[in-house]
Design a protein around this ligand. Structure first.
Ligand code: HEC
Ligand code: HEC
Length: 200
């Protein structure tokens, strides 16, 4: 089972071209811009007004995924007025730099294997990409461990209703049984992992 999951991961990594050869960002160049982001992402438990859910934790998320998400808001495959406004004002280079900067904050927390909730068998289907402990196996994919439960729920619902589009996750979300969606969000939020991104 473990081997099969690994083989699947390798297969997917080979089959899915990720971002068009993004140059590695410069964390120092992204620092100043990063402070703007911390105005929301750096406040523990800060909420999106409507609908009400917590602003996602970025501490421990890898640069590749932060970039993927920002490009999604900019391209409109993710719908969120504030984040779209933020991302649209950024060049490719700024996106790479600010992602590299934010990835330097809280990165040491993402080891996994800490306190765990009761195992949930439906989460096994997610492990090939999001990792055995909810810690992503690919820099361009999100770590789910420790993310706010309400944000995970919100994101899953968006993949299902099409307001967030991703070829891989849209297909995955469609396979989740209605009664499992909230349980999956609960399970991953309880794993040890992400933290609120705080300035150094
Ligand atoms: C006004 C508050 C606010 C500011 C400022 C802000 N964000 Fe966000 N950010 C949010 C909210 C709310 C979401 C969730 C949006 C959604 O539902 O898709 C989000 C989502 C994200 C995500 C997706 C995370 C995930 O796990 O899917 C990333 C990455 C991100 N923001 C990066 C940034 C960066 C980089 C900046 C600075 C350039 C920034 N944000 C500035 C409020 C903010
Ligand atoms: C084949 C790989 C793959 C599998 C399997 C998979 N995912 Fe994903 N998941 C992704 C990718 C890629 C993204 C980022 C998509 C994007 O850019 O919006 C993602 C994004 C997410 C997000 C959004 C996180 C955030 O921070 O915004 C959630 C929540 C999620 N997945 C939950 C799950 C759950 C629950 C399962 C199992 C039922 C699952 N995924 C299975 C690849 C996968």
């Amino acid at each position: 089972m473990k081997i099969a999951a690994r083989a699947l991961t390798l297969l997917l990594a080979a089959a899915l071209p990720l971002q068009p050869a993004a140059a590695a960002g410069d964390p120092e160049a992204g620092r100043e811009l990063g402070y703007t982001c911390l105005g929301c992402h750096g406040i523990e438990g800060y909420r999106n007004a409507y609908p009400s859910y917590r602003v996602p934790k970025l501490g421990g998320q890898m640069a590749g995924y932060i970039e993927t998400a920002l490009r999604g808001y900019r391209a409109g495959t993710r719908e969120h007025p504030t984040m779209a406004a933020q991302a649209t004002s950024l060049t490719d280079e700024e996106i790479a730099d600010v992602s590299a900067y934010l990835a330097t904050l809280g990165a040491e927390t993402v080891e996994g294997g800490g306190s765990s909730p009761a195992p949930f068998d439906k989460a096994a289907a997610c492990a090939a990409c999001h990792g055995q402990n909810g810690i992503s196996v690919n820099a361009a994919w999100p770590t789910l461990a420790g993310q706010y439960e309400d944000y995970l729920r919100h994101a899953l619902k968006q993949y299902r209703d099409g307001t967030r589009k991703d070829p891989v996750m849209t297909a995955q979300a469609a396979l989740i049984a209605e009664e499992d969606l909230e349980k999956l969000a609960h399970y991953f939020s309880r794993l040890e992992g992400l933290e609120t991104t705080l300035p150094e």
